[in-house]
Design a binder for this molecule. Structure first.
Ligand SMILES: *Cc1c(COP(=O)(O)O)cnc(C)c1O
Length: 377
């Protein structure tokens, strides 16, 4: 096969369920073409019902905006320090800088690839001994795999530091039966085009504290005080979700569990068909962990093999990507402190994300697996 006649296979592309346009049409028919309206309210209810645990959800314009407001609600401000998982997408860390605060990065554990509880405690103790107690902890369920909720939250509680749970990649995942997105003092979700469900672009702030929802919506709609004219006593933002995109979200919520099923099917397919090759390894779920398998990732035995696989897939018009480059390796965060154990550096060197869309067909999966097998043989 060559690039000209083979269909492009994407890492993770939007997958519509079918009813999205009904909700969008209704918005047009009723002229609710605005950053609020019945679809926004309905979408928030849908997500609240799905997550359970009496959470309140504020639908916002992106996951990044949700992180920004979430950190602000947790009291992060200028010159504060915020502990942040190093191995993640830059959007987990950037909002710390928007607030004039400073990220301090924490390495991963090998069992989940997420924040290492031991490194977290070392970091907290060290920052406190240097005279500055961290203001918040940003921890991520990477690729849909839950972080060690019990250990991380026990440490956070012991030192009384609030947790911002970045669940952008983990809608549909759970930890001992409890949905990801319900553990943090504040959690965030993303509905970007590549996520497990999409509104084309969007996000949400989640909290068990109803005041957080109210305050997030207040800040997201320009912080307008209660007065007939425009009165402001705080700096606001334009971060609310539009009623059009929320309509897409309402349709997508109807197929979320199906999407989780398809993504988990992808993982099982890869694992089954590549089981004979000791040069690659899959990340299994520890007991009690349930991953939405947003992306199926493999760990190869070397940088060269990873690059060989990536290039061979690219030649066949198949998109794959190295794992997230840790934030402590990024030029933009070169002056930030980090507490490291080598695990995220190693994963970045040897790890690869495979195509994982819920809309992949069996033929696509066979095509991908055959390229990988050819390289490994
Ligand atoms: C996608 C993502 C975000 C940001 O969400 P957007 O909606 O794209 O702004 C934040 N954190 C992680 C881990 C993500 O994968």
């Amino acid at each position: 096969m060559n690039v000209i006649d083979s269909k492009r296979i994407w890492l993770s592309s939007p997958h519509m369920g079918g009813t999205e346009q009904t909700f969008v049409k209704e918005a047009f028919d009723t002229n609710w073409v605005a950053p609020l309206g019945p679809n926004v309210d309905g979408f928030e209810k849908d997500v609240e019902t799905y997550l359970g645990n009496e959470v309140s959800v504020a639908a916002l314009s992106s996951g990044t905006a949700s992180l920004h407001l979430g950190l602000k609600l947790l009291g992060v401000s200028r010159d504060d320090e915020v502990l942040c998982q190093s191995m993640t997408f830059a959007a987990s860390a950037n909002p710390i800088v928007y607030l004039g605060a400073k990220p301090v990065f924490v390495d991963s554990e090998s069992a989940t690839w997420n924040m290492c509880p031991e490194q977290l405690e070392i970091a907290i103790k060290d920052r406190i001994s240097k005279g500055k107690k961290p203001k918040a902890i940003v921890v991520v369920h990477l690729y849909g795999m839950p972080y060690n909720v019990e250990a991380i939250h026990n440490i956070a509680a012991e030192y009384k530091i609030p947790v911002l749970e970045d669940s952008a990649e983990a809608l549909g995942s759970s930890y001992h039966g409890v949905k990801c997105g319900t553990f943090g003092d504040i959690a965030i979700l993303s509905f970007n085009g590549n996520k497990i469900i999409t509104t084309s672009g969007g996000g949400a702030l989640v909290s068990k504290n109803k005041n957080h929802k109210e305050k997030a919506i207040f800040l997201a709609t320009q912080a307008r005080d209660n007065a007939p004219h425009y009165e402001h006593s705080e700096i606001g933002y334009n971060y609310r979700m539009s009623n059009i995109t929320a309509g897409i979200g309402r349709g997508q919520m109807q197929v979320l569990d199906k999407h989780v099923g398809y993504r988990r099917r992808n993982f099982d397919f890869y694992k089954k068909h590549l089981a004979d090759f000791s040069e690659i390894k899959f990340l299994d779920e520890p007991i009690g962990y349930h991953s939405n398998r947003w992306l199926t990732c493999i760990e190869t035995i070397s940088y060269d093999l990873r690059e060989g696989l990536r290039r061979s897939l690219a030649e066949e018009n198949i998109e794959s990507r190295p794992l997230w480059k840790p934030m402590h390796q990024q030029a933009v965060f070169a002056d930030c402190d980090a507490y490291l154990n080598g695990i995220s550096d190693d994963l970045f060197d040897r790890g690869l994300c495979l195509p994982s869309g819920s809309n992949l067909e069996e033929d696509d999966l066979y095509r991908i697996v055959s390229v990988i097998k050819n390289v490994l043989r």
